[in-house]
Design a protein around this ligand. Structure first.
Ligand SMILES: Nc1ncnc2c1ncn2[C@@H]1O[C@H](COP(=O)(O)OP(=O)(O)OP(=O)(O)O)[C@@H](O)[C@H]1O
Length: 582
């Protein structure tokens, strides 16, 4: 481990406790105050790493700088009770001494907190040891910082703020443990998401499926759409004439200001996409015509029990049917939203026998109900010519080298898009279970609060999409199915999902509740998260838990401008292909 020449001292250890965001328990943070000598040349940034001696010899506790404040001894007790003339005189003197440089009366109070690592002669280890108050505190050199923080042979996703070190991450691992992008509107969420997707396409073998409700990704990834095997799936109807279609496309998509002068160039590229068949219409069946699920069957049986026209003598049999279905689903681990298939035929046989034994007439409701279920199950679904969710799922799962890798689903109607998200995820998951493969697929959910909201309502289909996304986040990893979700308000999100994400990209989250939620989920100090309020557009805090980075260190970085990457590709007439970081 190497250090910067400047050495500080550990002055105080403060412990702060606050209630959790939900008010149900409390969290405690350790804060350390380090006194560093003041120097105009001191290169100290929020996010810098410090090492302090601990009670064990040759072992250092690693701290991360969350904030720092210059202090002058002459002003320590200065308040309004001191006469104004004296206050002015002292402040003038103090102001001059900052400019002059190095008086022993001034220093920097650095607020830092332990990140759960100690440095031993054998290397870095997870853990905590109490540091010795008054002992020296050193700043890790750029090289040591890079070695500790950045992934070796990783992909560059930006530059560490203040250090000009390329931030490299293990993208495959980040993807495996799911990712989240959280920031206030306009902070650069889609820009960062697009630039991560571009890197995933160019550095891994993953396929990427984007659920795009804001219709922005076909422009943000235009160069990749042209260069990769790709598809835009739209519910809009376009003219078969590529020129007319491209004109309509330009009218219905927002072209970012930065690309405005390339309007005609972009239109021509879009025309190319139409000509090469990369823009296709996704057929969505009218509401209610989707197949029956186990859940709908349970509802239908319950309705029979509640129906006042069902003969009393048959109600116990419908209850028995309900119980049999429930046991069957539990024993075979069938989820409620699984499509109804011929696996229930044996239950139907058993129920028919029960009906006969009970002496029911042939035209009784139980027999009619069973017979209509049989015809539903035995009727082959007519193969439609249209490109629907099932065909899309088959293409997404296709292992052939020539199959598409990038899919952008442009979904304009929210309710419809929830249904598409739910049915596509279910279809892909159930097909993957039947035919296993290790090729990764990343699903990108923009405006995730619309699909996995805190408050789900069956009526607006958010319960459907929420169940499907939760299943993807909980079980997808086993099947190499992953997610990247992005939202502007964590409070509106089903918070169960947060624990499933191991890589977070956070920018400005103005509401304290949202920041508190993140700090509690990852055990990050509040002071450090409050620093995200100072971030500019395109600047991010990356927090990873055993995923993107070799050690779990929150790191501030500036992301490249994705629009710049598209612009360059448009100018040079080639796809933007980010160079693999070292
Ligand atoms: N890394 C970056 N570098 C420079 N400029 C950026 C960067 N990221 C975003 N911007 C600028 O900020 C603008 C908004 O970015 P973006 O659309 O990605 O934000 P957003 O958070 O997705 O917004 P919304 O929630 O409204 O969709 C972009 O048009 C671009 O001009």
């Amino acid at each position: 481990m190497e250090f910067e020449p400047i050495v500080g001292r550990l002055r105080e250890v403060r412990v702060t406790t606050r209630p959790t965001a939900d008010g149900r328990s409390s969290v405690t943070f350790r804060n350390f105050v380090v006194e560093m000598p003041y120097s105009k040349d001191l290169n100290l940034n929020v996010g810098a790493l410090l090492a302090v001696e601990t009670i064990r010899s040759n072992t250092y506790l690693i701290l991360e700088v969350a904030d720092y404040v210059p202090v002058h001894y002459g002003m320590i007790n200065m308040d309004g009770s001191i006469p104004k003339e004296i206050r002015d005189q002292v402040m003038e003197e103090v102001s001059k001494s900052w400019k002059d440089g190095n008086s022993t009366e001034m220093w920097i109070d650095v607020f830092a907190y332990p990140i759960g690592y100690i440095a031993t002669p054998e290397g870095f280890k997870k853990g905590y040891l109490p540091p010795l108050p008054g002992s020296p505190v050193r700043i890790l050199s750029r090289e040591s910082f890079r070695e500790f923080v950045c992934a070796r042979n990783g992909v560059e996703i930006g530059k560490v703020i203040g250090e000009d070190i390329p931030l490299t991450v293990d993208l495959s691992k980040a993807m495996v443990y799911h990712m989240g992008v959280f920031a206030f509107t306009g902070s650069g969420k889609s820009n960062l998401t697009a630039s991560i997707i571009r890197r995933i396409l160019n550095n891994t073998n993953a396929k990427v499926v984007i659920f795009d409700v804001s219709m922005e990704y076909s422009i943000l990834l235009l160069d990749q759409l042209l260069a990769q095997r790709a598809e835009i799936l739209t519910t809009d109807r376009y003219s078969p004439n590529p020129l007319d279609a491209s004109r309509k496309f330009m009218r219905t998509h927002v072209i970012p200001e930065e690309l405005e002068k390339f309007r005609e160039n972009i239109r021509r590229r879009v025309e190319e996409l139409f000509t090469s068949g990369k823009i296709r219409t996704l057929y969505i069946p009218p509401e209610g015509s989707m197949g029956l699920t186990f859940e709908t069957l349970l509802e239908l049986v319950k309705d029979q029990i509640d129906d006042k026209y069902t003969a009393f003598a048959q109600k116990p049999l419908f209850s028995l049917m309900l119980r049999k279905l429930d046991t069957f689903m539990r024993q075979n681990r069938i989820s409620k939203d699984a499509p109804l298939d011929d696996s229930i035929l044996s239950i139907l046989d058993e129920m028919e026998n029960e009906g006969r034994n009970a002496g029911l007439k042939e035209n009784s409701s139980l027999f009619s109900f069973i017979s209509s279920l049989r015809s539903y199950i035995n009727t082959e679904v007519e193969e439609s010519e249209e490109y629907d969710v099932e065909k899309l799922a088959i293409d997404i799962l296709d292992k052939d080298e020539s199959s598409p890798r990038l899919f952008i689903l442009e979904l304009q109607n929210l309710e419809e898009s929830r249904e598409v998200v739910a049915s596509l995820l279910e279809e892909v998951m159930s097909r993957r279970k039947r035919s296993f493969s290790t090729s990764p697929i990343l699903f990108v959910l923009d405006e995730a609060q619309e699909f996995i909201p805190f408050d789900t309502r069956q009526r607006d289909k958010s319960e459907l999409s929420s169940n499907a996304v939760e299943k993807l986040l909980r079980h997808g990893r086993k099947y190499h199915l992953h997610a990247l979700i992005s939202t502007q308000r964590l409070a509106y999100l089903n918070t169960n999902v947060l624990q499933q994400l191991h890589t977070y990209f956070i920018s400005v989250l103005p509401r304290p509740y949202d920041r508190q939620l993140v700090s509690e989920t990852f055990g990050i100090n509040d002071t450090l998260l409050d620093r995200t309020l100072d971030l500019e557009v395109g600047q991010w805090l990356l927090v990873s838990f055993k995923a993107s980075l070799p050690h779990d260190v929150p790191v501030f970085f500036t992301a490249p401008n994705n629009l710049e990457e598209v612009r360059r590709a448009l100018e040079e007439n080639r796809p933007a292909n980010p160079v693999n970081g070292k």
